[in-house]
Design a protein. Structure first.
Length: 78
């Protein structure tokens, strides 16, 4: 499994519908056919990484005068 796969699975789960922590964990497990079983701590770490990356992208786009995308994800909710 590549290091990017869990992040891809999280984004795939959230693309289908808004989910809270447990729903994301369950959906990631289902999408990976049980191969990826993240706990709440791993999910929170990945959510923080996604937030930092999104903030960096927003800052870069805003600085260039482009469209600033929004990111909606609540990692702390279970």
């Amino acid at each position: 499994m590549g290091t990017q796969e869990p992040t891809f699975l999280i984004l795939t789960a959230l693309a289908a519908q808004p989910l809270h922590g447990y729903g994301v964990i369950r959906s990631v497990s289902e999408l990976s056919h049980g191969e990826v079983n993240s706990g709440a701590g791993a999910l929170a770490a990945q959510a923080e990484r996604l937030r930092r990356n999104a903030a960096t992208a927003e800052t870069e786009l805003d600085r260039r005068g482009g469209i600033v995308p929004g990111l909606s994800f609540t990692a702390g909710a279970a």
